[in-house]
Structures are given as C-alpha cells and as structure tokens.
Write a protein that binds this ligand. Structure first.
Ligand SMILES: [Zn+2]
Length: 129
C-alpha cells in the first residue's frame, strides 16, 4: 500500500506549515486527487487516519478529497476527452497521439488551522500552496 508513504509525506508538509504559521492545530486537510492517479481514495483515507495520530499538529485533522476528472488531449484533432472511458486512444479520430491533461495529480489544496492565544488577532485561515 503505497498510499501510506504519500500520506506520511503529506502530513510532514502539513506539520511543517502548521509550525511555520504557529498554528495550534490542524482542523482539516483538503487534497486534490486525480481519478487516474495511483491513489485509491479509501486506502488513502485509512492511511491518513492511521498516520495523523503520529503528527504533532494534525492528530484530529479531517481529510477531504476532491476527485479531479482525468482529461486527455488529442494532438491529431485537438479534442479532449474523458480518460477513464477511452484511455490513450482518441474517440473523435482514433489517433493514439494523445497526452493526459489533468487527472494524475495528488496535491494539498488547502489546510485549515486553529491559531492559539498568542495569535488572537489572526482569524483562523486557510493556507494553500
Ligand atoms: Zn483525435
């Protein structure tokens, strides 16, 4: 299950961001996960729930995953199409001269955090990068 390796890296980044912005704790991590990425969402969620307990700031963090549709571009006819239905072969002209536009990403979209007393004047905010 390679999801765990990715989750551990994600949580390391989340912890680093929390520390940098002096957050008290992380409430929620929003991920963008492409539907033709190598991530299985259920396994990713399980790994997240296991690994978050070992973090400094994200032990109670909620995970939200936004699934991004896979789209492929055809260089022969200039059309785009749904990758999960047609794979590498363009349904418009039959060409295989195609490449994936979106749908293989696994990225941290947002991190929602709570800030402690020393940052009273700073409203809870979302950090994205
Ligand atoms: Zn085509």
């Amino acid at each position: 299950m390679h999801e765990l390796g990715i989750v551990v890296k994600v949580l390391e980044q989340v912890d680093a961001v929390a520390e940098e912005y002096k957050a008290e704790k992380i409430l929620k991590v929003t991920m963008e996960v492409g539907e033709v990425s190598t991530i299985v969402p259920e396994l990713f969620t399980d790994a997240f729930d296991w690994a978050k307990k070992r973090t400094r700031f994200a032990a109670e963090a909620e995970l939200e995953m936004i699934i991004i549709e896979g789209r492929t571009y055809c260089q022969s006819c200039g059309e785009t199409y749904k990758t999960t239905e047609y794979g590498k072969q363009c349904p418009h002209c039959g060409s295989s001269d195609t490449y994936l536009l979106t749908g293989d990403q696994v990225i941290i979209k947002d991190i929602a955090a709570v800030f402690g007393d020393e940052d009273d004047d700073v409203a809870p905010q979302e950090e994205s990068y």
